[in-house]
Design a protein around this ligand. Structure first.
Ligand code: 5SP
Ligand code: FE2
Length: 217
């Protein structure tokens, strides 16, 4: 039996001159993953709340906003008001992660935290009761099209055990370097949500890529 996972195409790999059309091509996905980069926390820049707000009118999918920015606490309200459903920030970028999670929930959004490849899971142990999503980075954040770091399989399994141990309802999302040829092992290790950019928007037919990910064929 195939264990199913939610599919969250990352807009980073889309054609930015045709965002509206690109959104229509992934209506069969589960979330739209929006990578926000500030050129400081990560060595790349993308877009901010203004773009997300404009896209909101053209997609029914839940917006899964992945903040790769310094001082995330200063921007939670902006990204919530722009139409995010889930807001995830990096544990390494926040001074007071517990407070930021509460800020996100107070805005009526689901709260997620992301960990870079080297960051131990122990860093979020005492945040577990607050978490709706744990986003394991399986590449170093900042760019699409990188290769999955193999040792992250072990981290995904450990995160799944942690979720079960805490009786948590948090979704376990994995982000970076996921393709059709490695998605099975990532889902088998315990991922609930698969984020994929180049393997979806990099394809000629993104809708077909989403359904191939869903059926894992
Ligand atoms: O957050 C990030 C990168 O920092 C990701 O969401 C990437 O956009 C995933 O792209 P692929 O590795 O699937 O091409
Ligand atoms: Fe991401």
């Amino acid at each position: 039996m195939i264990i199913t996972a939610k599919i969250a195409p990352s807009l980073l790999a889309a054609d930015f001159s045709q965002l509206r059309e690109q959104l229509q091509q992934i209506e069969n996905a589960d979330y739209l993953h929006l990578d926000v980069m500030d050129g400081s926390y990560v060595p790349n820049m993308t877009f901010g709340p203004v773009v997300i707000e404009d896209l909101r009118d053209f997609s029914e999918l839940p917006f899964d906003t992945h903040l790769m920015i310094e001082n995330p606490e200063d921007f939670i309200e902006d990204f919530a008001e722009a139409g995010s459903d889930i807001i995830t920030f990096h544990e390494e970028a926040a001074l007071h992660s517990h407070r930021v999670l509460q800020q996100i929930k107070n805005e009526g959004c689901r709260a997620g935290i992301s960990l870079n490849p080297h960051t131990p899971l122990a860093n979020i142990k005492y945040l577990m009761p607050e978490l709706d999503m744990i986003l394991i980075m399986s590449v170093n954040p900042g760019f699409g099209g990188q290769s999955f770091i193999p040792v992250m399989r072990e981290k995904i399994s450990a995160a799944r055990d942690m979720i079960e141990r805490h009786n948590s309802s948090a979704e376990l999302a994995v982000d970076g370097g996921i393709k059709l040829d490695n998605v099975d092992e990532i889902v088998d290790a315990g991922a609930d949500v698969i984020v994929a950019g180049s393997a979806i928007f990099g394809k000629e037919n993104p809708a077909e890529a989403v359904s191939r990910f869903k059926n894992r064929v």
